[in-house]
Write a protein that binds this ligand. Structure first.
Ligand code: 5CA
Length: 448
């Protein structure tokens, strides 16, 4: 992509409405535009990151056995009356009437709708386990939308819903999502810590929040330092082996970890003082087991091996991809701008032509652009007539893992400079070797 043709509305000044660094940088880098309180458009650069994050989420959901569907954003109030949540949900739910005066709502979550799909088709335990997910916009009329896409009113959610014959099956389904979440967050470059959590309006008796440690996090969190060294399972993890998956969950739930609401001073005082980590965190995922809370009132049942009807045991599993992107930036930036983990970077490299219009520089850049593309790299080519200083500032701000810098002196020597955005290290490399140098070498080692 040539920058001269790319819609990248960079802001020079720090936007005054932004209180935290991720919001500030997302606005400055032209990733998002605020449309109303807590509502944002995603511009091309932001959209690329969102696509990459969603792809990783999908891969890990699919690997763990979940199947993708897509449910509507607007739901009928009837379904919510069946579960009893229409009256319970309160002001966070945006209620709408259609032209026939029928009560509708903009979905804040989809337990009811997916339970309706399930009960319409599934009759036998032989069709279980089943886990259906979608990635869809949600609306919650938050009292205090703030921090940009971190706590917005309209936001994207990956929500998965599992259906099993009994508690044991549902617990195995919960464990699979637990492990899928560990992998998902690691792949986007984050260290996540699962913490026992309150279930709130979703309900149920077992729940974990996946928390990213960050000073700007909304929740106070308390955990054992051991979490910092725990190893996330690799892509060869066997999701069909319930015992192995349960073992991983055990390992990740044994050291003390709790959010403020669930914090237990007595247990905390049992943790060695030097091992205690009291910090702030961002909730990027939340998983719930709630058994028959929806299946019973909505009549979602299957025939079991005993020939009898059983209400299915359910769970739901959420990740906010839009919030996740803000969390990645909170965890990975410096004073010059964003520092993208390779796995979610909007482009792999910036190609910076220091003297656009100079025949030798233009020629070298065109050749590099073609070679990098052929090596499978996604390149944003800064072919504009801006001064080099402004180009460097833009490249640092938007945070692509590599910068390939081409200037008249270098070209004369047959070289370009490669800068690693994270470390700031620069090396001169022969023009013909740049593509080989960057092709397939993550700047930061995030797993593919
Ligand atoms: N039905 C369940 C799980 S699918 C559910 O709704 N869970 S939730 O309420 O915890 O939300 C799931 C995830 O959505 C959260 O972990 C968070 O990452 C994201 N999320 C929730 N509220 C917002 C918000 N206001 N802005 C941005 N992301 C949000």
């Amino acid at each position: 992509m040539r920058l001269s043709r790319y819609f990248l509305p960079i802001l020079k000044e720090n936007p005054r409405e932004a209180d935290i660094v991720s919001h500030r940088l997302m606005l400055r880098a032209g990733m998002i535009r605020q449309q109303a309180a807590g509502s944002f458009s995603w511009l091309p650069l932001g959209m690329r990151v969102l696509d990459k994050v969603n792809r990783i989420i999908r891969e890990e959901q699919n690997r763990a056995g979940a199947q993708e569907i897509l449910m509507p954003t607007i739901q009928s109030a009837e379904l919510w009356r069946e579960s009893g949540r229409y009256d319970d949900y309160g002001k966070e739910m945006l209620r709408i009437k259609d032209r026939h005066e029928r009560d509708m709502l903009y979905g804040p979550t989809n337990e009811e709708m997916v339970t309706d799909i399930f009960r319409s088709y599934v009759r036998s335990y032989k069709d279980l386990p089943l886990n259906l997910y979608h990635i869809q916009w949600k609306f919650r009329d938050e009292v205090r939308p703030r921090f940009g896409v971190m706590r917005s009113r309209e936001f994207l959610m990956k929500d998965a819903y599992s259906f099993d014959l009994d508690y044991e099956g549902a617990r195995a389904a919960y464990n699979r999502m637990f492990v899928a979440y560990l992998r998902t967050f690691e792949r986007v470059g984050l260290k996540s810590i699962p913490m026992r959590a309150d279930t709130g309006p979703i309900g149920g008796d077992l729940s974990h929040e996946f928390i990213i440690l960050a000073d700007t996090g909304e929740s106070a969190v308390f955990c054992h330092r051991d979490f910092l060294d725990l190893k996330v399972p690799g892509e060869d993890v066997d999701f069909s082996d319930d015992a192995a998956i349960a073992g991983i969950v055990r390992e990740w739930t044994t050291p003390y970890a709790a959010t403020e609401e669930m914090h237990d001073e007595a247990l905390w005082s049992g943790v060695d003082e030097g091992e205690r980590l009291a910090a702030r965190g961002i909730e990027v995922g939340h998983i719930f087991h709630f058994g028959e809370k929806y299946s019973k009132p909505m009549g979602a049942r299957v025939t079991g091996p005993d020939g009898k009807d059983h209400f299915v045991s359910m769970g739901s599993y959420g990740i906010g991809p839009t919030r996740l992107i803000a969390a990645i930036i909170e965890a990975s930036h410096d004073e010059a701008g964003i520092v993208w983990p390779q796995s979610v970077a909007p482009f792999d490299a910036a190609l910076i032509n220091m003297k656009a219009g100079d025949a030798a520089c233009d020629g070298a850049c065109d050749a590099l652009y073609a070679a990098l593309g052929a090596a499978g790299l996604d390149v944003l080519y800064d072919d504009t007539d801006q001064r080099p200083g402004a180009k460097f500032a833009t490249a640092d701000l938007i945070g692509l893992p590599w910068q390939v810098i081409v200037g008249p002196r270098g070209v004369e020597a047959g070289e370009a400079e490669i800068k690693d955005r994270r470390t700031g290290e620069r090396v001169a490399v022969p023009l013909g070797e740049v593509a080989a140098r960057l092709g397939g070498t993550p700047a930061d080692g995030t797993p593919a």
